[in-house]
Design a protein around this ligand. Sequence first.
Ligand code: GCB
Length: 645
Amino acid sequence: MGGTPVLAVVGPLLWACGLALQGGMLYPRESPSRERKELGGLWSFRADFSDNRRQGFEQQWYKRPLRELGPTLDMPVPSSFNDVTQDGRLRGFIGWVWYERETVLPLRWTQDLGTRVVLRLGSAHYYAIVWVNGVHMAEHEGGHLPFEVDISTLVQAGPLESCRITIAINNTLTPNTLPPGTILYKTDTSKYPKGYFVQNTNFDFFNYAGLHRPVLLYTTPTTYIDDITVTTGMDQDTGLVNYQISVQGSQRFDLKVRLLDAEGQQVAEGTGAQGQLQVPRAHLWWPYLMHSYPAYLYSLEVRLTAQTAAGPVPDVYTLPVGIRTVAVTESQFLINGKPFYFHGVNKHEDADIRGKGFDWSLLAKDFNLLRWLGANAFRTSHYPYAEEVMQLCDRYGIVVIDESPGVGIVLPESYGNASLHHHLEVMEELVRRDKNHPAVVMWSVANEPTSFLKPAGYYFKTLIAHTKALDPSRPVTFVTNANYASDLGAPYVDVICVNSYYSWYHDPGHLEVIPLQLATQFEDWYGAYQKPIIQSEYGAETIPGFHQDPPVMFTEEYQRRLLEQYHLVLDQKRRQYVVGELIWNFADFMTDQSPSRAVGNRKGIFTRQRQPKSAAFVLRDRYWKIANESTHLKPQCLENSLFVL
Ligand code: GCB
């Protein structure tokens, strides 16, 4: 491997687009006017192991079927590519990999010029270039948010046998990517082969790569509902649903909206591109365990009729809507005007074999575990999760702190204009994608940046202000570390999220110091800012099956005891201004190799295979107890409302 191949190929390709995204990013749903074609399954795959990683571009691998230009592997989509094969070089590969899939389109999609055909990628980590039948169609930076491209013109240009989709993906992280990283060239030839380099990062999870989320084709009519923005409120017991709809393709159309309740009965209707629907005696969207009927969802049916030369052409899109309010005071987090206490977890998208690949079985299992645990919330540490995850949160009432991939921002170079511009763009993409989820109650712009560096003040002030302007309906936070006493971001956020690892990274083995240190932490932060605080991480590394009493580090007893020590203080402070606790972590997860990680980070209360360690039972007892204490049910419902373990 020679020269500066890996960075050089990413840099010049970066999008130079301005802020303010073009178009919406509605989740592709079937409707009478829209079809979907899933492209999951086995794709052809090749990693470009050439020295400069550019052989694929030099030989134009997108021009012909990949198999004609050398050996290919079968690669599952969605999945990370890293852990699927027995090839150690692929596990740690840095540079371009190539995916390809051929598909046949229904005749109507290619012949009906009134049909718009869109290719959509749920996520491609980190930088992606897309060709269809050898024609360059799109590029996208960022591994955690969807992007799409209209391929109608291409597929409707003439007779089409099949459609070959080629996607080149580069997982290189630079000081300006999110998350950032650096490529370190090891030039001492007495120690390393010529051209040797490694990817360095400052975050604690494995940089899995590939097509992590569903890839699909979908259709709309050529005049179509492009975006919908819903915000909700309450006036006494009347629910208010404010909607704004954007239409693309023509100016000549009518819009009708209907709001249906969970039984499919119409409760309100309206016309036009924006308006307010009023729902008398509305059912509110309540978090899990806060109400006997949590997560009530209405359906907003948007019906567009375009006036065309051939007559009226409809487009229909139905969006789930939860009516709820969110507000923050000096010491409380309010949902529907009632104090809400986050008792939940931090997660990762991570599992054996699949890495960060989306998987329905894993998703169902994780939500079953969350509900078993009595968890009412999680943070999408440390990047946006799949859209399907957010949909289940809406359905089950699991409240979400929706975090950007702003993790490991520690280098001064990562606070320059290029990084800020990209971070703002990512926040726009995130808000555009997740703005309509009632489960999302707060945006988190970053995790543990070294925000005491001087340029960080301007960086975070701008970032937080921009996020608030994008979505005035939700509070904004960023997650800090208890050690960063003078945090330049904290004055701008609505809620302070603090991570601390007492008696783990600090005073290891000394569980007895936790109560004093944790109480001091809360008092210092509240004293400085008078804002509600969430204990956004705490935990201990635990190898399941390791036992020792009195407890020592890495045993199940130590993890339990550490949690219990934290809970002593949390129980005092949650009656004052602490509004939540999120354990680090829901499950064990893969990290880079290091002397301090035994096959990944083991701070899970569940193993990576989702089996409980004994701390899971401690947390389960606690969360159900808190839920039973803080229910907001009306007195007449109370008798049969107490939540059972
Ligand atoms: C943290 C980070 C998280 C790490 C965790 C740990 O503060 O936010 O990404 O995994 O600590 O276990 O060290």
